[in-house]
Structures are given as structure tokens and as C-alpha cells.
Design a protein. Sequence first.
Length: 709
Amino acid sequence: MGSRRRSTLRVLGCALLITLQLAYIKMAAAENFVGAEIANIERLLDAERYADADSKALLLLEQAYQQQKIPADEFLSLGVLFLNTSRFEVSKVVFSAALERYTAKGALSKMALTLLHLATSERHLSNYDSSLAYVHRAMSIAQIERDDTLKARLNLELGTIQQQQGKIEIALEPLKQALGYFRDNNMPSEMSLSLLHIGDLYSTLNQTSLAHTYYRDALESIEKANDSRLLGIIKTRLGALLLKTSSPSQAIQSIESGLKHLDVTKDVGAIAEAKMLLGRAFVEQGDTSKGRKLLQEAMAFAQSSGQLKLMQEGRLALARAYMKEQSFELALAEARTGTIEARKHRDLRDQISFLSLQLNAFVSLGEFKKALDIQSVIQQLREALLDSENKSAIEGLQAEIEVIRQSHTLEKLEESKELALAQAEQEKLQTTLVWSISLAALLFTFLIWSRYKQRQQTIILRREVRQQTLTLQEKNEELQAAYRTLEEVSLRDPLTSLYNRHYLESQLPGEIRRSQFSSNQSTDTNKSKQDLLCLLIDIDHFKRINDDYGHIAGDKVLASFAQVLKHVFRLTDLIIRWGGEEFLVVCRQSNREELPELAERCREMVASTPFDIGLEKPINITCSIGFSLLPPDRKDDFEMAWERTFAVVDYALYAAKLSGRNGWVGVIETLNNNENKRTPIDHKFNFTGSRIATSFNNVASIKWPDNLD
Ligand SMILES: Nc1nc2c(ncn2[C@@H]2O[C@H](COP(=O)(O)OP(=O)(O)OP(=O)(O)O)[C@@H](O)[C@H]2O)c(=O)[nH]1
């Protein structure tokens, strides 16, 4: 008997071991699969088969979503691959997936790193607002984590964004902060990159000798680190500077030497930038056809990777080349397109450059009236630019004045300290003299001295207390920022940025109490805006969208759907992603009579909005809505009121779906005396009667769920 039990146990043990091993092998196989796919994608990128690499990466992402298993670290490194090959649209999508996963896991450091990469991708695509938003989110995490290296890297990115936005003076501050940190911590590559960007700023400001010094420093710092990519970039920037000081042949030499370094690295983005510069240099030297060829090559790359800034730079150079060749009409066409693009992106400097070109072309064509018109537009733009630069400069000056004021105060303090010391010395001499005369004088001097000492002690103590208070304040602010970040993470749905049901649960009891209190307080005349309204909205046949176009397209529809809801409802209404493709809206300070109008506005807006899912044509969708007054009948406690309301709107939504979708059904209010026949909803929720509204023919045509059984 005993031996049989032992052998049964052994068999069970073996089975468990095999199951565990199989699960492990399955997991390892999935990871190996992702790893192998990423290696394939890397090979495609190396072979410059970008379109194939893009679609393979998106497919991999889709599969990961379907299996609901996103290996965040692998996707982070995949994103970096795309970022380094200037495929910014794809890198954005891949980083977003990794960020979603890291956010769910609460991995703060990884979140911050991914946010930084997202900021870089958005910057290259000239989406500066999003880029800045990502940097600020990452910065608050770096603060919580006290990660100074990350802070410095974020400052470097921040300065680069501001530089590209044309905010030259403002950009200098974060770049110098980053440089200081990298220098103190002996990080040559990062230091060199910061020096390079500061050099760029001075070059934009036409302070060429300062720019040259920074570029030289950047070169010196990188030569030790032997980083070909940076070496190449710095040499091309030096070339750009030489071009400014009108030495095209020297510029060509420097850029070509830079290109040699870059060719080894296969950094296609940096190579395109260098080709752009080389093209400009050839145009400047007079070899316009060679220059134009290089410019067009670089512009094609800028277009394919969505880099507007680079595209505009190329367009400007191309227009100048046409001017040199006296092809004024062609130059005019390029300059016009450039002006329109620059206006679209509110880039004043670019607008002025392109308009100046148009001006020259019109003068050359003898069209002086047009030239004069353009001249006055340029003048206005220059004033606007001066205005915005003045504002930045004034801010900078104010900061400088504050620093000078502080240093003056310190100097004064120092002087008074020296005076005090001299006085003490004199007193000491006198004391010695007096001491030799009488003991009483000695005692008197001792008293003065001890009082002076006491005062010193008090000053030191006060300073320490002030310091401690400051540190405490800083800690308090950091803690509050950390709380705010954590609250954001747990109360928002990452896909649509709408609040989730946890948020509703935290807000609703207060709202219900407030509504009940104000409707008890108010007279009949001002009761009109005291109701709470509840609408449950569900996208029709959403599963088909996932099945037909894929999960990523489904996600895009959900995100755009949330935007439509924000248009339909007021800022003060609570819009919640209830789950999947279901959304719940609670309207405050409303009147129950508004319910049908609101539901119809929402239904109509959704049905008439085209939803872009990345295909050639947008798709159309519809939604169904169930609604009710909140609460529909008795003024119960919060739990009862909310449970009953949700059951009613859910039932009404189900009825809307059964009655044909793309419509709404709901309860405006319940009635104490009922003259009409009770509907299935009255029976279901024990209402004496109710006022029902619907978008379908009439109340009698509604197909109620219970009628089906
Ligand atoms: N893309 C995407 N799909 C989701 C998400 N959450 C839920 N879904 C899908 O939404 C679909 C909901 O399908 P159903 O509940 O059958 O409803 P439906 O197809 O909209 O049909 P009706 O509601 O009856 O009109 C399911 O296929 C879910 O997988 C999400 O966050 N993203």
C-alpha cells in the first residue's frame, strides 16, 4: 500500500516538472522569436530596405498586442534602431508601445528613458509641443528618482528642441547646464554633443568666432573618445561655419572629411545633413549642377523620413542655386512653397529667408510692384521676430541682473565682515592696553567679546535654520510632484488619455451629494440646472474593425472616438473610458430635458466624423447610447443611486443595440402617477411609470431585452 502511494507521488511530481519545463520552453521560444525578428529588422535597415523594415516592425507589434505580451525592453531597443536610422514615425509607434508596458509595470526609470526617445523622435518630425511635453514628463520622473545624469540628458534634449524652435537665447541655459554636468562627470561624448549644440546657437546668432571655439572644443573632447559619428558631424558643422565666412573651398574640404567619418557609421540621417551642406557649398562655389544634385538627394531623404526642418533647409539652398543659375521662375516656385510651409509651422526666420529670395527673384524679373509688396511683408515679419527675440532677451537680462544684484549684496556683506574684523582687532589692541592698566577694564572687554561671540552664534544658527527650511520646502515640492505623477498614472487610461473608472468612483459620491443638496436647497425656479445626467456610449460592431484592419487601427479609432466625445460634451462633464469600446459620461449642473438633445448630438457627430486609421481612406463608424437621469428615481445613498443608474443605462443601451444600433434609448425621469401603459423598463426596475425618449420611430417600436426571452 505504502509503496503504491510513493510511486503515485513520484508520477505526479514528474508530470508537474514536465509541465513547468514546457511552460518555460514556450516562454523562451516567444522571447527568442521576438529577438530573431528584431535581428531580421536590423538586417533590413542595414540593407536600406526601409519600407520592408517598417512593415515587419508594425506586424511584430500587432502580434505582440494580439498575444497581449509586449516585451518592453526588446521594443525599446527596436525603437532605438529606428531612431538611429531616421525612421521617426515608426520609432514613435514602437516607443509608445514600450511606454505603455513600462507605465503598467510602474518602471519609472525605463519610462523616463522611453519618454526621452519619444521626445527626440517628435523633435525630428518638428512636433515641438509633443516633444516638450515628453521632456517635461521625463524631467519630473528624473526629479523623483534623483537621477542627475538623466536630468543632464533631458536638458541637452530640451536645449536642442528650443534651438530648433528658434528660441536661441532660451536654449543656451539648459545646454550649458548639461555641459557643466557632463564636464564634471567626465563624459566626453555627451560633453562634445553639448559643445556642438552651443556652437550651433552661436553660429545662428552669427557670432562665428565663438561658434568656432565651441566646435573646436567639441572636436578636442571627442578626439579622445574616438567616436566617428560625432567626429563626422562636428567636421561638417565646421564646414557650415566656413561657408558662412565665405570660404566655400575650405568648407567643402571640411565637409568631405566629415562625410568620410560618417560613411563608416552608416548614420543615414547625419549623412543626409552633410550632403545638404556639401550641396550648399558647391552652389556657393559656382558648381550649381553638382550642388543641386546633392541637395535633391538630401531633400528626398528628408521627405521620406518626415523631417520638415531639413526639407526647408534644402529648399532654401535649392532656390539659391536657381537664382545663381538665373532660373528665376524656378527659384520663385521653390521660395513660394518654402514660405507657405514656414508660415504653416510659424517659423518666422524661415519665412523671412524665403520671402527675401522671392524679393530678389521679382527684382531680377523686373516686377518691382510685387517686390515692393514683399518688402513690406518682410519688414512686418522682422518686427515680429525682433519683438519675440526682445522678449526672450529681456527675460535673459532680468535673470542676469538678478545674479549681479545678488553678487553685489554678497560683496557688501563681505565688506562689512572685513570692517567688523578690523574693529575687533582694534578693540583687542585697546584691551591689551587697558588690561595692563586695570583688571576692571579687562573684565569689561571680556564682556564685549562674549556678547559678540554670542551674536555670531545666533547668526550661524539662523542661517542653518533657513537652510533647513529651504531643503524641507524642496523635499515637499518633490514629494508633491511624485504624488501628482503617480495619481496621473493610476487615474488615466493611457490609450485615450481619458479618466478611468477609478477616477469616476473617486468623484461620483461628492457629485451626487452636491446635486442632492443643491436640489433640496433650491426653489422651483432655479432647479433647472441641478440635475446629474448619465450616458453610456458603445461603438457599434467594433470587433469588425479589429478583425478587418487590425488591433492598431482599432486603437486609433478608440483614441479619435475619445476626441469626438470631448467635442460633444462640456469641459466640466466627466468623460470616462469605462472599458473596451464603452464610454461613460456624467454631465453636471444640467437639466434632464437636455438628455435627448445631448444623445442625438453625440450620435450625429460620431456618424458624420471620418476616422483616420492610417489607410488611404478614413472609415465611418456609428455608436449606440443608453441614458438616464442620475439617479432615475429615489434619492438613495451613493451606492444605491449609482448601482441603479448604471443598471438602467446598461439596459437602455442594450435596447438601443437590439433596436438597430446608431441610435439612443433612455429615461428622462420616473413618474409617480402613470396614465400610460408601463414599459418593460418600468417592470424591470419597479418604476410606477417613466418618461422614455428614443431616436427610433417611437417608444412602442423599441425592442426591449426582456421581450426576447
Ligand atoms: N483595438 C482594441 N480593441 C479592444 C480594446 N478593448 C476591447 N477591444 C475589442 O473590442 C471588441 C468588442 O466586441 P464586442 O463586445 O463583441 O462588441 P462589438 O463588436 O462592438 O458589437 P456591438 O457592441 O454588439 O455593436 C472585442 O473584440 C475586444 O477585443 C482595446 O483597447 N483596443
